[in-house]
Write a protein that binds this ligand. Structure first.
Ligand SMILES: Cc1ncc(COP(=O)(O)O)c(C=O)c1O
Length: 429
């Protein structure tokens, strides 16, 4: 068969459940159905105007050129200032980030893939806290790496296992621990103590500590997220070792509603940045200079007026409040812990064994006044196929009114689905 001619690394890859739902939703929308797309972390918020102005200014020069493969110095400098300022404004002790510590990438997705390509040999393992952002498997798979899960449970507020439990998962092939806080999909913010636990393990076993902090600005309660850049192991030698192992991932996608511009960042010590930059140099060559100038304009803007990002937090809190209230009203039987950060909500439906069929039914067969909802079955956020089967993830990406309406639609779709199933098992003449 011709299929056999494909490389092993792509044979087992398929679109993530998020993308599968997105494709169906887009098709239905093209046919005129109104679909609230709560299945993907793509906010409906307009991007910051300074981004548009910066893109226009650059475009009008008529010079759209190759960029250095580490990224435009102007953006790297601005992003380093933004990051230092993020901690300084809150009077938090942190490692000072310099321009040389920043690499620009094609979104956080490409940042993660490039990091894995730079640190993994075929068969190397990366431990990720489960539930995790499903595409991690593919980013790592393309680097011939293997993801292993450190399981956490909603019942236990997604608390990290003990140091000993985590260490049991480490083998000679383990290269890194991958952390995402605030977390997609659980909304969990990991504590200083939990992140120090991971850092100690990483130093002891010489593992990279990759910290995906793309939701650093998305705080839904009173608790700020703790960044690995704030780590202090209380010992100079340990701290020094840790700095060589630490890799932070960030992105303009969520903070500025710029998912489509595809700009992300890696923050690490310079020798590590230089190595990862080689992956850019030998794959995409460089990141779009027009996009980089636009995004630099966005970071420059929030340095001058940080209230923009405070307002953004407020927007997501209002969406979450409306959603939680609607769940209480329309879906009183579900389990839906209030997330502390990011902009997702996990909802468990105890009456289901597998919720995928319902999600597809609601999207394809159901409508309420011509409207329906796309959500993501949560099973894909777990490596263990038996987990997350009766859970969905919804993204807080539309207005409070639309979030409320979506929950109402889910509740009506549930009733219709139960009837539909009951009719299916009716004996036929
Ligand atoms: C946890 C996490 N990491 C990385 C990404 C990828 O972000 P980007 O759009 O910058 O590629 C996402 C996107 O949803 C995410 O949720």
């Amino acid at each position: 068969m011709f299929e056999e001619r494909y490389a092993e690394r792509v044979k087992n890859l398929s679109p993530s459940p998020i993308r599968k739902m997105m494709a169906i939703a887009k098709e239905l929308m093209a046919q005129g159905k109104i679909v609230y797309e709560l299945n993907i972390g793509q906010p409906d918020i307009e991007c910051i105007p300074e981004f548009v102005q910066a893109v226009n200014r650059k475009a009008q020069t008529g010079q759209i050129n190759y960029s250095p493969f580490t990224g435009e110095k102007y953006l790297r400098e601005t992003f380093a200032r933004y990051l230092n300022n993020f901690f300084d404004r809150r009077h938090l002790r942190h490692l000072v980030v310099d321009t040389d510590n920043v690499l620009v990438t094609v979104g956080a997705s490409n940042a993660l893939n490039n990091v894995f390509l730079a640190i993994c040999n075929p068969g190397d393992e990366v431990l990720a806290i489960e539930p995790f952002f499903t595409p991690y498997i593919g980013y790592l798979g393309l680097a011939d790496g293997v993801l292993k899960a450190v399981s956490t449970r909603a019942e236990n507020n997604f608390a990290l296992p003990s140091e000993e439990e985590i260490e049991k998962l480490i083998t000679p092939k383990t290269k890194a621990i991958l952390l995402n806080s605030p977390n997609n999909p659980s909304g969990k913010i990991y504590s200083r103590e939990e992140i120090e636990r991971l850092a100690r393990i990483c130093v002891r076993h010489q593992l990279f500590l990759i910290s995906d902090e793309v939701y650093r600005e998305m705080i839904l309660g009173d608790e700020e997220a703790f960044s690995v850049l704030q780590l202090d192991l209380g010992d100079e030698e340990q701290n020094e070792k840790l700095k060589n192992l630490m890799i932070v991932i960030d992105s303009a996608s969520k903070s500025f509603s710029l998912c489509g511009i595809r700009i992300g960042f890696v923050v690490a010590r310079k020798p590590m940045i230089d190595k990862i930059a080689m992956v850019t140099a030998h794959s995409v060559a460089c990141v779009s200079d027009l996009a980089q100038y636009g995004v630099a304009g966005a970071y420059d803007a929030v340095l001058a007026r940080p209230d923009y990002l405070y307002q953004l937090r407020q927007t997501y809190r209002e969406r979450l409040d409306a959603t939680m209230q609607a769940i209480e009203e329309y879906l009183p039987h579900v389990v839906a812990p209030r997330p502390a950060g990011a902009f997702y909500l996990m909802i468990k439906f105890p009456e289901f064994e597998d919720i995928t069929e319902f999600c597809l039914y609601m999207l394809e067969k159901f409508n309420m006044g011509g409207e329906t909802v796309a959500v993501t079955p949560a099973n894909g956020f777990y490596l263990d196929p038996s987990r997350g089967r009766n859970e969905i993830r919804v993204a807080l990406v539309v207005s409070p009114e639309k979030m409320r309406r979506s929950i109402e639609i889910i509740s009506e779709a549930l009733k219709a689905f139960k009837l539909h199933k009951a009719n299916q098992v009716r004996p036929m003449l």
